[in-house]
Design a protein around this ligand. Structure first.
Ligand SMILES: Cc1cc2nc3c(=O)[nH]c(=O)nc-3n(C[C@H](O)[C@H](O)[C@H](O)COP(=O)(O)OP(=O)(O)OC[C@H]3O[C@@H](n4cnc5c(N)ncnc54)[C@H](O)[C@@H]3O)c2cc1C
Length: 209
């Protein structure tokens, strides 16, 4: 198959005869460019049809299979991030580093889907198996009053390969939202927000930090 990928991921779906297939890979395009995004949509959909044809033709059990759904939009693994007061690094993640201004934790290893090659590069977390995400990664260093969450927080390319995971995006989203609410209420710059206050509010709401 002319798809630059060395792994085939299958997930069972809610229905007995349903399987979710994560096999496409579109590379080398700029997710911030409209023309490139259009090309990515076209290439992704072409790959879906190619994979379906291959399964029906060559894989026993799929002879009568059909496509029931395709993602409405191509998924983007990495594009723009803010430059924050701190950029989380691979060394921080791998060491399971702890920070005084922790606002979220993650135990997911570094998982880089090679932007040009076929494979996936992994690096596991030492120590207690979890690293901290500091509040400083959420605060823009050059735009006042801007907080980021999810994929856009301040990290290196390598650290991004773990902070981009859905649970960490939810946790940084909750932290950024809570920080924004507190700073508005207290009429403070996000940089000046007392970290103990933010951490207490997050813990009160169930954050395991
Ligand atoms: C192919 C693929 C597979 C993945 N697999 C996994 C996995 O198995 N497990 C896992 O944990 N993570 C996985 N991820 C990573 C994870 O899904 C994403 O990194 C994460 O969902 C990003 O969350 P986010 O909130 O930063 O961004 P998003 O979920 O993209 O949310 C951004 C939102 O902003 C909206 N938006 C954009 N522009 C505007 C605008 N101008 N105005 C208003 N709204 C706007 C968008 O519509 C979107 O709803 C995968 C990612 C990809 C691409």
């Amino acid at each position: 198959m002319p798809i630059n990928r060395d792994q085939v991921l299958f997930f069972t779906g809610p229905a007995e005869d349903e399987v979710l297939i994560n096999c496409t890979r579109v590379q080398g395009l700029d997710a911030t460019d409209a023309e490139d995004l259009t090309s990515a949509e076209q290439e992704g959909r072409k790959q879906v049809l190619m994979i379906a044809e291959f399964l029906q033709r060559d894989v026993p059990g799929f002879e009568r299979a059909s496509i029931s759904a395709v993602a409405p939009q191509i998924g983007i693994r990495e594009s723009r991030r803010i430059i924050g007061h701190y950029a989380l690094t691979q060394a921080d993640v791998v060491a399971g580093r702890k920070f005084d201004d922790v606002i979220a934790r993650s135990g997911y290893p570094i998982d880089i889907h090679d932007p040009s090659g076929q494979g996936v590069v992994a690096a596991f977390i030492e120590g207690d198996g979890a690293y901290d995400i500091p509040y400083r990664c959420l605060i823009s260093s050059n735009i006042r009053n801007l907080l980021a969450a999810g994929r856009c927080i301040s990290t290196t390319h390598e650290a991004h390969a773990t902070t981009r995971l859905t649970p960490s995006c939810m946790a940084t989203g909750e932290a950024a939202g809570t920080a924004a609410a507190l700073t508005v209420k207290m009429k403070l710059d996000p940089v000046k927000l007392p970290i103990e206050l933010l951490q207490a509010k997050l813990r009160h709401n169930g954050a395991a930090i």
